[in-house]
Design a protein around this ligand. Sequence first.
Ligand code: PGD
Length: 773
Amino acid sequence: MTGVTGVQHMGHWGMFRADSDGRDVTAIHPQVTDSNPSPVLGNLVGSVTHRSRVTSPAVRRGWLENGPGPTDRRGSEEFVDVSWDELTDLLSRELRRVVDTFGNNAIYGGSYGWASAGRFHHAQSQVHRFLNCIGGYTRSVHSYSLGATGVIMPHVLGAHWKMFSRSTSWSVIAEHTELLVAFGGVPVKNTGINHGGTSDHPTVGSLDAMRARGGQIVTVGPLRNDMSGEARWIAPRPGTDVAMMLALAYVLADEKLHDTAFLEKYCEGYPEFERYLLGVSDGTPKTPQWASDICGIEATIIADLAREMASKRTMVTVTWSLQRTQHGEQAPWMGITLAAMLGEIGVPGGGFGHGYGSMNEPGLAPVPYPLPTLPQGINPVADLIPVAAVSDMLLNPGHEFDYDGRRLVYPDIKVVYWAGGNPFHHHQDLGRLRRALGRPDTVVVHDPYWTPMAKHADVVVPSTTSLERSDLSCTRNDPLLVAMAPAAERFADSRDDYDTFAELAMKLGVGQQFTEGRTSQQWLEHMYGQWREYLRADGVQTPEFEDFTREGSFRMKTEDELTFLEDFRQDPIGNALRTPSGKIEIFSATVAGFDYEDCRGHPMWFEPQEWLGGPRAEQFPLHLIANQPRTRLHSQLDHGAVSRNSKVQGREPIRMHPSAAEARGVSDGDVVRVFNDRGSCLAGVVVDDGMLESVVQLSTGAWYDPLDRADPGSMCVHGSVNVLTADVGSSSLSRGCTGQHVLVEIERYDAPLPPITAFDPPVTRSVRTPPAR
Ligand code: PGD
């Protein structure tokens, strides 16, 4: 490919034009109409030919020579380059062996991960379609983003996705909200990102417009910079927001400031909740003083805030991070309950929001049409796990577990098949994950890069990046359908996941079923044609495919000026919620009926394991916030310039309060060892007073880089926070990811600094000894 300028493309980071020399991206120009483009786009330059790319299909030597089987050598052994024909042959034989001997549920194809933007080349859709063609797979449900919310909200609101895609519009907040009380703040860094792409980033502008009109913002959370611009900052102990919300609710109830008419007409079970709130059912009234002892905020501040909330058009928001913790159901459930007591749900500028500042989508206007979609087929296998139970499943075949009122059994997994995700980024307690990944017979990973997950695989399949492909992009809350054009030629011997699966499917006798006789390009035209039908049915004319790709995008109408649950408020019978009562379930008889110790029938305060008020804090006295990074998306392009420039002596930055740093004799720029009883990592100190003294912050996403590759408990020299986090589910109800919070201790690291090898490919040889089989 020769050099090109201004090639239009879409990433999870936003819409942009790329200049390239034909082999790699040389410059990125954000979409000109984007009001606040993400700086993370800067990571794309040089990403196509980065040395961490997988150049050829590769197989772990032990697997190639000794055959499939459990082993503790994953992650430490060298690889052997193989040809595509050999790869297809090896993989198809292994899949057939496992299906014939153990059945399809022995394949774990949950394959969680964000992969890349693009409706056709979406890695999860591709792998699921392929596995369905060969008879299905054990799947995962829900996400690492929203594990607790995704399970509790259907019980409370009848659905959870509507809270994001049909949330109150930013323009409505800017115009009507008088007081925004944001639990977890509105971290603008996260709004740079949208799953599948975005053409605008309106958060900062909307918050500014709201302030300019006289709106007030209260940000509640451990990190001051989780809110941009002027705001009142209340910093409770991390993980205690629910106690503070309960005390706000207590003041409303105690001073008769709550909207009883709203609670009666639109909500189910407020009286049961109120008995708990006032201490009738458990002997403990949830007073501001009770909450103050837990969260550390003065009782008068809580009481005054409750009265102010009752006197103004108030919107209560809760970020997704608050539910990525133990008992994660409680914060969003309690946020809704608080908003219901204020009685402004469904009123412009009032009510509740979940996820403002968690991703760009909340607050953006939805399009009324289905998106072009690659059908994934039907999975006849019934086995499933909540997504963050992957280590539990691999380590405990045949064991029973609780999930959303059901008692399920972990299948015995022989093949783990991953495309488009990085469990060594997203999962907790990486030492445990390494042991778990030793159990199956075969681990297959498709990725463009030698991520830590690829290094722990037996069979590594080199994928193209989206920058090397044509695709269609659009998301449910963006007006544009975008034609994505390739900015660079295919790197080395990499292939599109679609082509890999097409060939595998052919070898396994299901080629026609998988491809339906179409090339990638023909699929794009086909999917575009299906999408056109939705618009045609609505009387909207769309261009022919060739004209669309030449023009580059098509603008759809959007549903603007939305207020969350306005339709339900206007007509609670006609627009009843899909809950058993048709109302907002402050008390859910269904959840209560499950009789879980750790999630009862209404929102409650539960003491987590990892918090400053518990016994564990005596040993590990710093509360670490393991949040989303500001310089990359998860672990993607950690080697890009924006991410690299944030590192301290090459390590992931850890923010510490000046007094916490001083107490440990460390200064800005030092390298420290961060540790607890699960693991340890090195990180580079950034001293910052924008947090409580006993809070530190280390983002997720530094590529895991163990000092000793053979030791699952080894220190990560690069700063991967998930060596520290607990692999404990949010509750028996949801078993969601709880990676956001962990207790640690920190000490100066004075030994010679180990080199960082995270981005180096593993040792790979092109020749091999003949297989023993
Ligand atoms: P990514 O780094 O985005 O992380 O976890 P996720 O696994 O999604 O991984 C995507 C992978 O896809 C990358 O390795 C990339 O190279 C690869 N990829 C990109 N395009 C393609 C393609 O076309 N084909 C193939 N085959 N591969 C491709 C994210 C997860 O982490 C999420 S969503 C959240 S919200 C969680 N957050 C936290 C947290 O708050 N705290 C902790 N401690 N841990 C978390 N983990 C979770």
